[in-house]
Design a binder for this molecule. Structure first.
Ligand code: GLN
Ligand code: ZN
Length: 766
């Protein structure tokens, strides 16, 4: 049996690639500096995998920005606006597609970016049009293969498969299906495959992750067609068609009947694949890459369970055709848990980042090839660690699971929305079209410096707090002066909306080096939820009440919702996600209770990541939406009728989950709108949304200051489909990434736009 890895993290153990990229973009580093930083990372990745005992080591899994963008370059699908004149796609063009460009008469927008399946990684969406031409336009897969050869490593080049490439693509031409371009695309893939084979590649990996999603027969037909065409040019190379992120279900037959030499299946998220294999069997002429080590989470694997699965697989596939693999690319986990010197040692032994996962894969392989006795000590040590985790009193806290198990009855407000609305109307006494913001104000260099100095111990907590108090005082005064109706404190004390709460709850841990690529040079460090979650004490009451003490206008209490905290963390794997979410919801509920107790009249519970947690298969949506809506309601249901609950969502499509959004039963929803204006309004034409709603009147991702007229226009458009007395006026999202010089004039214009509307509404009602 052989050991395999599908892909490896590439940002560098110490984020060397991030530094090199940002250095190159700012002009501080040369193209050669960037190239050598990339080469050093690839070299280290390959050697690490080889030394760990991995047989099938990928190449071309490295990327300077994104693997889908690499594929766009490989097949020469550069959109016209980048004025690429053919030949090899140069680095300027490559980065212009990723980031947009403004230079020498060129002013082009970046390509659209969107989430890679249900991960927090973002890819660039191929833009294809009818009549699109393709040509081999990058040497990257060949160069990287040759580079690894220099180290005496024959890699398995990884490519995004042609069918998934087209399924992930978009076209601006209404009704055009990019899959129609398959026959135009395949010759380029044929060329890549035959050239790699000629170069000496024994195996080539073609990722077709789209086949873990719901697919039509026509799409499965395209897959069959594609691989029958590619098979003719493989020469001496074997082709592995790799899937990940779930079970292939009804696409199983099509996949295993493809004229290729290996099929890769995810047996972690796609545990159902095991049942399918048992009933359907597996063809005798193929190898099976069994994705047994979880590439999506950071927990040490239960190797006994994995060996058990291998035992069952060996009834279907003889071990010489069985490959032990990661369940997906290890791109989605950090490099090395051993770098975490500050983490509690109890936790470290339960973790497996990429390097630890290599050892797990190698150990499983050795247990099969040499017999479990040969690695008995190693297996036993891991078994003991897992046992400690199972029985840890640090993980299982008395009372927390019990409390989360009940609580169904708590998930409803005491009164229906219509009645709450009247009570709140009297208590809050807001004008028509109330103005507000989403929560954060600019996180200036000074705000960040102050936080860093506290972390380094250069200033005391008291000094830090005095600084925050001053920022809040200034921000409250400014909002009052501008005439905003519902104020916020500005979130200056928060580095990140999840981290801030995680640090104040039990059951969370934070790494120092646990970076995972989000897009390009951007990395995130997700918190690790390892144990039962509860709130030892108030988390936000101090700053919220301080801010409220400075003004008579309502100041919103500002909380991150349970579903967003869950979806932006590494979540424990020893209980269902929904159970963990319910524990977080109860902690947030405690905070809502304390805020209202302290006299806060409006509380916003942000859920920007609600949609991101949607399962890849439609049939699993209702269940997810049911428990996530329940958790939000559990968190907010404690609010008395006179307390107004707001929620906020952004940067995703809402149309198909609008029923669930309404079911959150928030009194007011602020929602991103200005980048997808028409779509959102269509939604409200179709769906009768009753509660208060603030469709964002301006895009906060751009530094430009929108005019009063522009915002009034957006509001009037919203007024066409929503009733005037439910409309709120607010930006799309928080203002933390903007500068004060942009925020101030923009908000002044926004307040004016609301005033215009009020004046016009009076005229209408006369
Ligand atoms: N309240 C948060 C802020 O304003 C919301 C951020 C978000 O939606 N991602 O920053
Ligand atoms: Zn937002």
């Amino acid at each position: 049996m052989k050991a395999s890895v599908i892909g490896y993290p590439r940002i560098g153990k110490h984020r060397e690639l991030k530094k090199a990229l940002e250095g190159y973009w700012s002009g501080r580093l040369s193209i050669d500096d960037l190239a050598s930083a990339g080469a050093a990372i690839r070299r280290e990745n390959w050697l690490t995998q080889r030394d760990a005992g991995i047989d099938f080591i990928p190449s071309n899994d490295f990327s300077l920005y994104d693997q889908v963008l690499d594929t766009i370059a490989l097949v020469g699908a550069v959109p016209d606006r980048f004025h690429w004149d053919g030949g090899t796609v140069d680095l300027d063009t490559y980065f212009a597609m990723a980031r947009g460009a403004q230079r020498e008469g060129l002013d082009v927008a970046a390509m659209e970016m969107t989430k890679w399946f249900d991960t927090n990684y973002h890819y660039l969406v191929p833009e294809l049009h009818p009549g699109q031409r393709f040509s081999l336009s990058s040497r990257k897969p060949f160069e990287e293969f040759a580079e690894a050869r220099e180290l005496d490593i024959t890699t398995r080049p990884a490519l995004l498969g042609p069918v998934s490439f087209l399924l992930l693509a978009k076209s601006r031409v209404e009704g055009f299906d990019p899959l129609d371009l398959l026959d135009a695309l395949l010759p380029v893939y044929q060329e890549v495959i035959s050239d790699l084979a000629a170069q000496g590649a024994g195996w080539i990996q073609l990722d077709e992750p789209c086949f873990v999603q719901d697919r039509t027969d026509a799409e499965r037909g395209a897959l069959e067609h594609a691989y029958s065409v590619l098979a003719t040019r493989r020469g001496s190379a074997n082709l592995l068609v790799q899937t990940y992120f779930g079970p292939v279900l009804e696409s199983f037959r099509t996949l295993v009947d493809l004229p290729v030499q290996g099929i890769g299946l995810d047996l972690v998220r796609g545990a159902e694949n095991l049942g399918t294999l048992a009933t359907e069997g597996f063809p005798a002429d193929k190898a099976l890459a069994a994705g047994l080590i979880d590439g999506r989470n950071i927990w040490a694997a239960d190797l006994d369970a994995a060996l058990d699965v291998l035992g069952r697989l060996s009834d279907v596939v003889p071990s010489d055709r069985l490959i032990v693999s990661s369940s997906c690319s290890l791109l989605h986990v950090p490099y090395d848990a051993r770098l975490e010197h500050d983490l509690d040692l109890r936790l470290v032994e339960w973790l497996a980042f990429a390097e630890q996962k290599l050892d797990e894969i190698a150990l499983l392989t050795a247990a099969v090839n040499r017999g479990p006795d040969a690695v008995a000590d190693d297996l036993a040590a891991r078994r003991r660690a897992l046992d400690r985790r199972r029985h840890s009193e640090w993980v299982h806290r008395p009372g927390v699971e019990e409390r989360a198990a009940v609580g169904r009855q708590d998930a409803a407000r005491q009164m229906p929305y219509e009645q709450r609305r009247e009570i709140q109307r009297v208590r809050l006494d807001l004008p028509a079209f109330p103005t507000t913001t989403i929560g954060s104000f600019p996180q200036t260099a000074e705000v960040r410096r102050n936080r860093n100095r506290l972390q380094k111990g250069e200033i005391t907590q008291t000094e830090h707090d005095a600084f925050i108090a001053e920022e809040i005082r200034r921000t409250i005064a400014l909002q009052e002066e501008m005439g905003i109706d519902v104020l916020v404190h500005g979130e200056f004390e928060r580095s990140d909306m999840v981290e801030y709460f995680g640090e104040r709850m039990e059951g969370f841990a934070f790494t120092r080096h646990g970076w995972v690529q989000s897009y390009g040079s951007r990395c995130i460090r997700p918190p690790i939820i390892f144990g039962d979650v509860f709130r030892p004490g108030p988390m936000t009451v101090k700053w919220s009440t301080f801010a409220q003490s400075l003004t008579d206008k309502p100041v919103k209490g500002m909380l991150t919702g349970p579903v967003t905290i869950l979806n932006w963390s590494f979540v424990r794997d020893d209980q269902p996600r929904e159970d963990t979410c319910r524990q977080i919801a109860l902690a947030i509920r405690d905070e809502v209770g304390d805020l209202q107790e302290a006299g806060i009249r409006i509380i916003q519970v942000d859920e920007p990541a609600l949609r991101e947690g949607l399962p890849l298969r439609r049939r699993h949506w209702p269940d997810y939406l049911e428990w996530s809506v329940f958790c939000f309601r559990l968190a907010t249901g404690v609010a008395n009728p006179e307390v107004q609950i707001h929620t906020h969502m952004c940067y995703s499509e809402f149309d198909d989950i609008i029923e669930a959004i309404a079911a959150l039963d928030a009194d007011v929803l602020s929602i991103e709108n200005s980048r997808s204006n028409l779509e959102l309004l269509d939604t409200f034409r179709r769906f009768d949304y009753r509660q208060g709603i603030g469709p964002g009147v301006y895009d906060i991702h751009s530094p430009r200051v929108p005019s009063e007229e522009e915002m009034a226009h957006n509001l009037r458009a919203a007024g066409q489909v929503l009733s005037l007395d439910q409309l709120w006026v607010n930006p799309d999202c928080g203002l933390k990434t903007r500068r004060w010089a942009e925020v101030e004039p923009a908000l002044r214009n926004m307040v004016e736009a609301a005033r215009d509307l009020r004046a016009a509404a009076v005229v209408v009602s006369k």
